[in-house]
Design a binder for this molecule. Structure first.
Ligand SMILES: [Zn+2]
Length: 63
């Protein structure tokens, strides 16, 4: 619980709420908690949102 980590970009998986700290510019993120892959949208260097799941990966894995 350090202040430094609070300033880092933080993102929560919409499926299992696992926390992630993606690097700026990352467009896809695989959640280590549930295995879902998410498409990311950056509004600034430190502000990122999940746009939605990577459907091609979901279908390929037959989830
Ligand atoms: Zn997850």
């Amino acid at each position: 619980m350090s202040e430094a980590s609070d300033r880092k970009t933080q993102l929560r998986c919409l499926n299992c709420f696992e926390r992630h700290h993606p690097d700026y510019g990352t467009t896809e993120l695989k959640c280590g908690g549930c295995g879902m892959e998410w498409r990311l949208s950056w509004t600034s260097r430190t502000n990122v949102k999940i746009r939605g799941p990577v459907w091609s990966k979901v279908k390929a894995e037959g989830v």
